[in-house]
Design a protein. Structure first.
Length: 81
C-alpha cells in the first residue's frame, strides 16, 4: 500500500500525518517552501499587506503523537467504576 498524507489542524498546531498500511509513520509540522504554490490568505489594511506565515509553531505533545498512539501504557478501552 502507498503512503498517504493527512492534515491535522488540532489545538496543538497544524501538522502533516504520514500513514502507511494503517499505521502512523511520521508526524511533521506544516511548512512550505517559498517556491511552492500554496493558496493562502492576504489582507491589505492601511496600505500594508499581511499574509499567512509559511511555517507554524507546534506544541511538543503533537509531535509525540505517534509515540502516544502506539504506547504500551495507553488506555485502549473506557474504564468503569
Amino acid at each position: 500500500m502507498t503512503e498517504q498524507i493527512f492534515t491535522s489542524c488540532t489545538q496543538g498546531g497544524p501538522v502533516f500525518v504520514y500513514v502507511k498500511d494503517g499505521r502512523i509513520v511520521r508526524v511533521r509540522p506544516l511548512a512550505f517552501d517559498e517556491r511552492e504554490e500554496v493558496p493562502t490568505w492576504t489582507i491589505e489594511a492601511r496600505g500594508k499587506t499581511y499574509a499567512a506565515p509559511r511555517r507554524v509553531a507546534v506544541a511538543p505533545y503533537v509531535l509525540a503523537q505517534k509515540a502516544r498512539t502506539y504506547a504500551e501504557s495507553r488506555i485502549r478501552y473506557p474504564l468503569k467504576r
